[in-house]
Write a protein that binds this ligand. Sequence first.
Ligand code: FAD
Length: 342
Amino acid sequence: MRNTAESCDVAIIGAGPAGLFAVFECGMLDIGCQLFDALPAPGGQCSALYPEKPIYDIPGHPRIDAAELVDRLLDQAAPFAPVFHLGHAVAALTATADGYVVENAAGRRVAARAVVIAAGAGAFGPNRPPLPGIAAFEEESVFYLVRRREDFRGRRIVIAGGGDAAVDWALALADIAERVSLVHRRGKFRAAPQSTARLERLAADGRIELVVPYQLHGLEGDGGRLSAVIVADPAGQTRRLAADCLLPFFGLASDLGPLAAWGLDLDHSRIRVDPATCATSRRGIFAIGDVAAYPGKLKLILTGFAEAALAAHAIHPLVHPGHALHFEYSTTKGVPGGVPGR
Ligand SMILES: Cc1cc2nc3c(=O)[nH]c(=O)nc-3n(C[C@H](O)[C@H](O)[C@H](O)COP(=O)(O)OP(=O)(O)OC[C@H]3O[C@@H](n4cnc5c(N)ncnc54)[C@H](O)[C@@H]3O)c2cc1C
């Protein structure tokens, strides 16, 4: 296993759930990994977008909060001593005689035999509503994600959007906020049926105000502190919603950024892979998780986990040429040093 300051067996771009599990799968095959992420902490969407939300479709965990899943993935990867380079996006990839050099925006360069791109939706950012002066309110009273539900206790919250994120956060904040108003340009929400049913019940009880069909129109406030959100109906009639904070949930802008210029075969903003190996169109570069595209792909955490295993097995001959890979279960092989906390 190679893992020094300047070089490693595999450089993983993206420390979301897929990238983190790839450390474990590679480690089990004696392949050392270093992870790069633009975000300051590992966990990808789970940490950045919904740390306190429960996930119900992780096999073996009937319910697990996203932040806890990330902690467990970190525990699972720990025996293989991954090196993290966080807080700076990967900016460049250069081919070498025996692999690649990955370089981040801070100038950190690491040579690797193979590269696993686990970049999710790319170096992601929220779709911002086009409201004049919104930048002055961001991170003070306008938030594109909820890091801690408690931060919103007793506040007057306007949530905008019609999808799962908007509906789920309206439901999750209804019992701690002073008031929750949910603004959507249509009367119908695009959320899971059970969430929509709960939303309707809470609206009927007066615990959530449904402001439909309305769109965001403007913001009022001073020095970054919001006092009201102005909304407009399709005829242009405006309404003023007194508010302390606005949570716009209009999805994520996916931008592969520099990755899109690396000569990989792309499918819109995702990377086409061979579903049997997760190999991309360039030798030694693999893609897993949300960023990987093939027919029938399901963008789920569990899919990314399976792809991490496929990629690790396909990488083995590149890192250990001439060594036959004998498939072994983890029960037979065990984990070096055991699992932390057990
Ligand atoms: C609100 C919400 C609820 C969800 N609920 C579920 C659920 O219940 N079950 C489920 O299976 N899935 C759920 N998902 C989807 C799930 O979170 C994703 O499928 C999963 O996070 C994808 O993992 P990933 O590792 O492929 O990518 P991500 O988690 O997107 O991580 C990718 C990482 O790559 C980094 N990155 C990108 N480009 C670069 C670059 N150039 N340089 C450095 N770093 C880079 C990003 O910063 C990011 O940290 C949900 C998503 C959301 C938003």
